[in-house]
Design a binder for this molecule. Structure first.
Ligand code: ZN
Length: 57
């Protein structure tokens, strides 16, 4: 499963496990989402994947 990370500085979600693409801050694994947030969590991953695909083309 794709891991998602969250910047500890600006709170942006990212697929990078090294640093935040927005502000360069350190990232950490966010708390596991509960069932109510599962859909939102997955939508965030899909959105990030779309952004990455656009950058590659
Ligand atoms: Zn950041």
């Amino acid at each position: 499963m794709t891991k998602i990370w969250k910047c500890t500085i600006c709170g942006r979600y990212t697929l990078s496990n090294e640093r935040c693409p927005s502000c360069g801050g350190p990232v950490k694994t966010p708390h596991p989402p509960n069932i109510n947030l599962q859909d939102k969590y997955i939508n965030t991953i899909v959105k990030l994947r779309r952004e990455m695909r656009w950058k590659q083309t």
